[in-house]
Structure formats: structure tokens, C-alpha cells
Design a binder for this molecule. Structure first.
Ligand code: C5P
Length: 232
């Protein structure tokens, strides 16, 4: 169960990073490195986390021409990250190129597609991006293309997991942010589920940030969530 909880190290300073690392090392097992952390501290940050036995989800959401993404995925694969992601909206040729690049350097990592960002509303999607229909329809269609391109799964809302698994099979991975324990504030997340609900819905990995990282004791908050989902 421990590997199902991925903690985003969304911090701005080295001191904050070191504090979280110290709190969670030896307890939690999976860290998410996003753009802010990677661009500020570079690839060494991945080594620092690995030395504390963390698995790594490198959340860089690549989106460029197929050749560029191919080479970028190969370089990132050499860092032996456990999960890497690209934007599904880059299209199937880009995703196939990403997959080939990633698998050239890293046989065991998971390559995941980002469908619609949770910040994209139906209004933005219809009137600014010129994509018709509902967000859910677009997520399912992008997930379908992601699977056909040979990727291992998608990042999606826990509310979409059942539909995606029913359509694309239970082995197609669903990584879900927007997780909030009962009685915890929503922050800026809109479509939330509790950790237990997300596990029941079939989510493979829960990305849980502020409820853990901003708690008085991140370690205690993590262990409480782990206990809750372990009863499932
Ligand atoms: O603090 P919180 O639990 O909201 O953190 C969620 C993490 O998941 C953040 O790092 C955020 O960038 C990321 N994420 C998200 N929604 C997506 C994709 C990634 O919240 N659709």
C-alpha cells in the first residue's frame, strides 16, 4: 500500500526540501518531482531522493515535436525514474516517439499521459481550446489514444477512474491527484475524493500533497492516510 501514495515535494527552497525529506524518509516510499523542483535544483534532486530510497514520479508533462520528446524521454529515462509523463494532447505520433525514447534507456519505468488538466474547465475547453463536448468525454478519448500509443496509463481525476478502467482495462494505470481526507479543506482542488474512495474506485496511485506536506507532522499525516487505505 505504501507505494500507492505519491507525495509531491512542491517546495521552493532547499530548507523546505530538506525538512520534508527528513520527515518522510524511512516512512514514505514515493516522491513526485515537479517542474518547480526540477528546474530549480536540477537532476541532482532525483539522486538526493533516491539515496533516501524514494521511488520517483518525474512530473514534467512533456509536449513538443515527436523528435524532441523522443530524445528528452531517453535522457530522462537514463535517470531511472519510476514514472514519467507527457501531454496526451501532443498526439499519438509524439506519444509513440516518447515511449520509444523512454524504453530505450529505461525498460521498467511507466510512461503516463496527462489528459485534461484539472484546471481546465468545460468553458475553457470549448471556447478557448476549441474542443467540443464534455471534459469527461475528452479525457476518455485522450486516454484511449494514450493506450493505443502504447503508454502505461494516465493522470486523471479519481472520479474518472471507473469509466477509464471499464473502457480500457484494469491494467491501464490511473494516477489521481485531487485527493483530500475527510474534513480537510479543498485548497484549489475542485473535484476531490478521499483516499479511501479513490482506492475503492480503482486508482493505482494517489498523489497527495498539502494534506501531508503542510501538516504539523507530515509523517503522522502520511501514516494516518496509509492506515485508512490499508483497511480497504
Ligand atoms: O497539494 P495537492 O494534493 O493539491 O497536490 C497535488 C499535486 O498534483 C500537485 O503537485 C499538482 O501540481 C499535481 N497535479 C494536480 N492535478 C493534475 C495534475 C497534477 O493537482 N491534473
Amino acid at each position: 500500500m505504501k507505494d500507492k501514495i505519491i507525495i509531491p515535494f512542491d517546495v521552493q527552497t532547499r530548507d523546505e526540501f530538506d525538512y520534508l525529506l527528513k520527515e518522510l524518509s524511512g516512512t514514505a516510499t514515493f516522491a513526485k518531482v515537479g517542474m518547480e523542483l526540477f528546474y530549480r535544483f536540477g537532476p541532482n534532486i532525483i539522486e538526493d531522493l533516491k539515496q533516501h530510497n524514494f521511488k520517483i514520479f518525474l512530473d514534467l508533462k512533456l509536449h513538443d515535436i515527436p523528435n524532441t520528446v523522443h530524445h528528452a524521454c531517453k535522457v530522462l529515462g537514463e535517470m531511472e525514474v519510476d514514472i514519467l509523463n507527457v501531454h496526451s494532447s501532443g498526439g499519438s505520433e509524439m506519444m509513440q516517439a516518447a515511449r520509444e525514447g523512454f524504453k530505450l534507456s529505461h525498460k521498467n519505468g511507466l510512461l503516463i499521459g496527462v489528459t485534461q488538466l484539472t484546471s481546465t474547465t468545460q468553458k475553457i475547453m470549448n471556447s478557448e481550446l476549441n474542443i467540443s463536448g464534455s471534459v469527461e468525454d475528452s479525457v476518455l478519448s485522450l486516454a484511449n489514444m494514450t493506450k493505443e500509443s502504447g503508454l502505461d496509463g494516465v493522470v486523471c481525476s479519481a472520479k474518472e477512474v471507473q469509466t477509464i478502467k471499464t473502457a480500457l482495462g484494469k491494467d491501464f494505470k490511473c494516477i489521481t491527484p485531487g485527493i483530500r481526507p475527510l474534513n480537510y479543506q479543498k485548497d484549489d482542488q475542485k473535484r476531490i475524493m478521499t483516499p479511501t474512495e479513490a482506492i475503492q474506485a480503482g486508482s493505482d496511485y494517489l498523489v497527495i500533497g498539502r494534506p501531508i506536506t503542510k501538516a504539523d507532522s507530515p509523517k503522522e499525516a502520511y501514516l494516518k492516510i496509509l492506515k485508512d487505505i490499508s483497511h480497504e
